[in-house]
Ligand binder design. Structure first.
Ligand code: SF4
Length: 63
């Protein structure tokens, strides 16, 4: 399982990157991007926090 950001929906508020900086980084395009190669299960709590606080529900867990 890994988190995914729907960049079409993301409004670039930065809340996910603030909540879980190992996993979410803001890109030059003003959207959040998932950092590759992270042990996502170890950051599950803050990923779930990011999913909960995203104002536009742009983050999800994917297989
Ligand atoms: S919290 Fe949601 S809208 Fe805000 S930057 Fe992250 S993915 Fe985008």
């Amino acid at each position: 399982m890994h988190p995914k950001v729907n960049q079409t929906i993301c409004i670039g508020c930065g809340s996910c990157a603030a909540a879980c900086p190992n996993v979410f980084k803001m890109g030059d395009d003003g959207k959040s991007h998932v950092v590759e190669g992270v042990e996502y299960e170890a950051d599950k709590i803050c990923i779930d926090d990011a999913i909960a606080i995203c104002p536009v529900q742009a983050i999800s867990w994917e297989e």
